[in-house]
Design a protein around this ligand. Structure first.
Ligand code: IVH
Length: 701
C-alpha cells in the first residue's frame, strides 16, 4: 500500500495493514538512525511517517498496535533540530559531596572576595531538579526561541515543543521586561505523572521510560510537537541568560520577578548566611526528598548578590559562585559476569566489569569501571562475584565492593593481562605507575581508533555523524588511518568503485551529510586542534592555556621543539605557564619527540586551516591585553586568585616565574626573590595600590 492513499479513504482492514507497515518501517529507520548512525531518509520524511501513523490511530484508536511508534521511547534524532548558539554560555556546576566540600566552598569564596569576618556573604539554596535544562528567549515580552543546553555553547532549537508546555508563559508583560530576556530553567516531569504515563504505556504494550529525567528529555526532543504535547511536562525557572537591561541585583530579586511573570520556581528555596545554614538546608531537603513530587539529585547553593558573582567569575565551564551539593550515590547488587579490558587512546588498559544488567536508581547499568588492577586487588573482585555497584549523577558507574558471602566456589583472583587484548603487544606497568599500558603504540588499532574517536568528539573537531561504529568500519576498510584522512574521504570517494552512498546502510543523503559535516570543520581554532591531538594529560583547559600562550600552531611547534632540551628558555617558558607543571610538559615533549606524531600533524595542517588564537575581546580595550603579569607576596585588598582572574579578564597572561618576557611584577607584602629578579631584569614593578588602580580603571593606568 502506498503512502498516497489518504487516511480518510482507508477502511478498517486497510488501516490495520497500514499501521503494521508503518510500525515496521518506522522501527527500521529508527534503528538505522539511532543504532547504526546511518539514516536512509531525511527527518522530514521520517516525521511524515510518524504523522501518518498518528493520523490513522486517531481515526481508528482501537487498531493501535502494541508496538505502535507513538508508544516508543526513542529520543528524537539530534539532527532533526536546528542548532542555536547561546547568547551566553549555559554552564555546568561544580559538585560538592561532603560537608567539608561545602565549608571549603564558603571559605574559598570568602577568601577570594577578601571578606572580613564580619562582612556577610548570603547564598540562596535551592533543590537541584533532575530534568533537562532549557533557555527561553523572550523578545519584547514574546517567547521567540527555546533551546536545549547542548554542549553549553550551542543547543538545539526546541521552540515548537516547548510551546506545548502549559507552565511556560508565552508572553510576559512587555512594559516590565527588557527587550531581550532569557529565562533558564529545567523541564521536568513529576513522579506521579511519570508513573501514570508509564502505566498507560505498559497497558498498551509500549516501552516504558527508566526515570522521569529520561522521559522529560525524550519528550522535549520529539520531532513531532504533538507527541511532546501529550506528555505531562513542567518547567522551573532558576536563572537568567542574556538580558538587554538589568532586571535585578540579586538572585532573590530575580526569583521574585520570575514568580511575578508567572514562572514556577524551584521550591523550597532559602537564603543562607553560612555553611552551617547551607548544611541544615541540605539535611532538611534530603529528609523531605521522598515526599517531593519531583526527582532531585541534590541541592544548589548560589551567591545571592550579582555584583559579587561578577567578581567571582568562572573557572573552566562552571561559575565560581555556585556549587551543587549532591545526594549520596544510588547502589544496587548484581552479578559480575566477566572482567574485560579496554584500551584507551594513550594505550592505558582499563579493566571494566561486565554486569548482569541491573536498575540503579532508575538507570539500567550493565558495565562499571574497575579503575585499575590495584583497585581490583584491593577489593579482590573476581569474575562470578556478586558486587555492589553505584552511580551518582552523570558519573560512570563503579563497583564499590564484593559481597564475599555470595562468592561461588572455585573462583580465581584476577590476573592482569600480559598482552594487549587488541593488538597482542606486551602490556607493561612502569614502576610508580598505577596503569598498565599497551606498548603497541602505532600498531595498536584500538589506540589508533580511540585517538580518532577523540579527534572527532564534541569538544575536539565535533564531526557529526562520524560515530564510533563508523570509525571502526572505515578503519577496517583502510579509509581512515589518521586524522588527515577524514578530510580526504570525500575526494577519494569520487574515485572509488563502491562509493560510500552505495555501501550497505548508506544512501545519497547520509553520505552527503557526512561529507558536509566534515567540510564544515576545515577551519579550526588552535586550542581545539591541540586538544583534538589527544596528547596525554592535555585536556580542553590545558589546550586553551597553550593556545593562549603560543598563539599560532607554527609558533607552538617551534617552541615545543626548542623545549626538547628540558632546561633552556623554551622549557622555562613552558613550565612557567600557570597550571602547566613538569609532568604535563614532559608528556607534551614526549609527543613531539615521536616523528610519527609530527607527520600526523603536518598531514592534518595540509587539510585544515588552523586559526590562530584570538584573545576574547575585553569589554574595554585594556593595555593589559597580551601582557604577562606575575603576582608575588601577600596582597591585602584583593586575594591572589581574584587578582589573577581579574588580570586574565583584562586580557593578561598570569605566570608564576619572572623572565625577560614578563611585563609587570605586582608585589604585595613580603615579596622576595621574584621582586629581586624583576629588578635585575629591569621588569616594571607595581605596588598593590598601583595594581588596584590599574584593575579598577579597566586596565588603563
Ligand atoms: S543554576 C551557571 N539551579 O543542574 C549554572 N541549575 O549541574 C546555572 N539544575 O545545567 C545553573 N536545578 O540544568 C541551577 N536550582 C538549580 C538547578 C540547576 C537543576 C541543573 C541545570 C544545570 C545543571 C548543572
Amino acid at each position: 500500500m502506498s503512502d498516497t492513499v489518504a487516511v480518510e479513504a482507508l477502511d478498517a482492514g486497510q488501516a490495520a495493514a497500514e499501521l503494521e507497515r508503518l510500525a515496521a518501517l518506522i522501527a527500521h529507520h529508527d534503528r538505522l538512525y539511532h543504532q547504526q548512525d546511518r539514516p536512509e531518509i531525511d527527518d522530514a520524511a521520517f516525521d511524515a511517517l510518524l504523522r501518518r501513523n498518528q493520523a490513522i490511530e486517531a481515526r481508528f484508536p482501537e487498531l493501535r498496535r502494541p508496538d505502535s511508534p507513538s508508544l516508543r521511547v526513542g529520543a528524537a534524532p539530534a539532527a532533526g533540530f536546528r542548532k542555536v548558539a547561546h547568547a551566553l554560555p549555559m554552564l555546568s556546576l561544580a559538585n560538592a559531596f561532603s560537608p567539608e566540600d561545602v565549608t571549603d566552598f564558603v571559605t574559598r569564596l570568602r577568601r577570594f572576595l577578601s571578606l572580613a569576618d564580619d562582612e556577610p556573604l548570603v547564598f540562596v539554596a535551592e533543590p537541584k531538579i533532575d530534568g533537562l535544562s532549557c533557555s527561553l528567549r523572550y523578545q519584547d515580552g514574546r517567547l521567540v526561541q527555546a533551546a536545549t543546553r547542548g554542549d553549553g555553547a550551542e543547543g538545539e532549537d526546541v521552540t515548537r515543543n516547548i510551546l506545548t508546555i502549559a507552565d511556560i508563559p508565552r508572553r510576559l508583560p512587555a512594559a516590565e521586561v527588557p527587550g531581550i530576556l532569557e529565562v533558564r530553567g529545567e523541564v521536568y516531569m513529576t513522579r506521579p505523572e511519570f508513573l501514570e504515563m508509564n502505566r498507560q504505556r505498559a497497558a498498551l504494550g509500549g516501552e516504558t521510560f527508566a526515570n522521569p529525567r529520561n522521559a522529560a528529555a525524550g519528550a522535549v526532543r520529539q520531532l513531532n510537537p504533538a507527541i511532546t504535547a501529550s506528555r505531562p511536562l513542567h518547567f522551573f525557572g532558576y536563572a537568567l541568560g542574556e538580558v538587554s537591561a538589568p532586571v535585578a541585583a540579586s538572585h532573590q530579586q530575580v526569583r521574585a520577578r520570575l514568580a511575578g511573570w508567572g514562572f514556577r520556581l524551584n521550591e523550597p528555596a532559602r537564603p543562607c548566611a553560612d555553611a552551617g545554614a547551607l548544611l541544615d538546608y541540605y539535611r532538611e531537603i534530603e529528609a523531605a526528598r521522598p515526599e517531593l513530587p519531583y526527582d532531585i539529585d541534590g541541592v544548589v547553593y548560589k551567591v545571592d548578590r550579582y555584583d559579587l558573582r561578577e567578581r567571582l567569575g568562572f573557572v573552566s565551564r562552571a561559575p565560581r559562585w555556585a556549587i551543587a551539593h549532591k545526594f549520596p550515590a544510588e547502589q544496587a547488587r548484581t552479578r559480575l559476569k566477566a572482567i574485560l579490558v579496554q584500551v584507551g587512546r594513550t594505550g592505558a588498559l582499563t579493566p571494566v566489569a561486565e554486569l548482569e544488567p541491573v536498575n540503579v536508581g532508575g538507570v539500567m547499568v550493565s558495565r562499571a569501571t574497575l579503575h585499575n588492577e590495584d583497585e581490583i586487588a584491593r577489593k579482590d573482585v573476581r569474575a562470578g562475584d556478586t558486587v555492589v555497584v553505584q552511580r551518582a549523577g552523570d558519573v560512570i558507574p563503579q563497583v564499590v565492593r564484593v559481597v564475599t558471602a555470595l562468592r561461588p566456589a572455585g573462583s580465581e583472583p584476577y590476573l592482569p593481562p600480559e598482552h594487549c587484548p587488541e593488538c597482542g603487544s606486551l602490556a607493561v606497568r612502569e614502576a610508580g605507575e598505577v596503569v598498565r599500558r599497551c606498548t603497541g603504540g602505532l600498531i595498536c588499532p584500538a589506540q589508533a581508533m580511540e585517538r580518532l574517536r577523540h579527534f572527532v568528539s564534541r569538544d575536539a573537531f565535533d564531526i557529526e555523524g562520524l560515530g564510533e561504529k563508523i570509525i571502526a568500519e572505515f578503519w577496517a576498510d583502510e579509509m581512515i588511518r589518521r586524522p588527515g584522512d577524514i578530510f580526504r574521504l570525500a575526494a577519494r570517494d569520487r574515485d572509488r568503485l563502491t562509493p560510500l552512498r552505495r555501501r550497505p546502510g548508506w544512501g545519497d543523503r547520509s553520505a552527503q551529510n557526512l561529507f558536509e559535516a566534515i567540510e564544515a570543520r576545515r577551519r579550526m581554532p588552535l586550542d581545539r586542534v591541540i586538544h583534538a591531538l589527544g596528547i596525554r594529560q592535555i585536556g580542553q583547559a590545558t589546550a586553551r592555556l597553550l593556545a593562549r600562550n603560543y598563539l599560532s600552531c607554527d609558533n607552538w611547534r617551534a617552541a615545543m621543539a626548542a623545549a626538547a632540551d628540558r632546561e633552556g628558555p623554551a622549557w622555562q617558558e613552558l613550565t612557567g605557564i600557570d597550571q602547566i607543571g613538569p609532568a604535563v610538559a614532559a608528556d607534551l615533549l614526549d609527543f613531539f619527540a615521536e616523528p610519527h606524531n609530527l607527520e600526523v600533524l603536518d598531514d592534518l595542517a595540509r587539510e585544515v586551516t588552523i586559526i590562530d588564537y584570538e584573545p576574547p575581546a575585553p569589554a574595554v580595550v585594556s593595555p593589559l591585553a597580551g601582557k604577562t603579569v606575575v603576582f608575588t607576596g601577600t596582597l591585602t585588598d584583593m586575594s591572589r586568585s581574584e587578582a589573577k582572574a581579574r588580570a586574565e579578564a583584562l586580557g593578561a597572561k598570569v605566570t608564576g616565574s619572572v623572565t625577560g618576557k614578563t611585563s609587570f611584577v605586582v608585589t604585595g607584602a613580603d615579596s622576595g626573590s621574584k621582586a629581586t629578579k624583576a629588578r635585575e631584569l629591569g621588569v616594571t614593578i607595581l605596588s598593590e595600590a598601583d595594581w588596584l588602580a590599574l584593575a579598577a580603571s579597566g586596565g588603563h593606568p
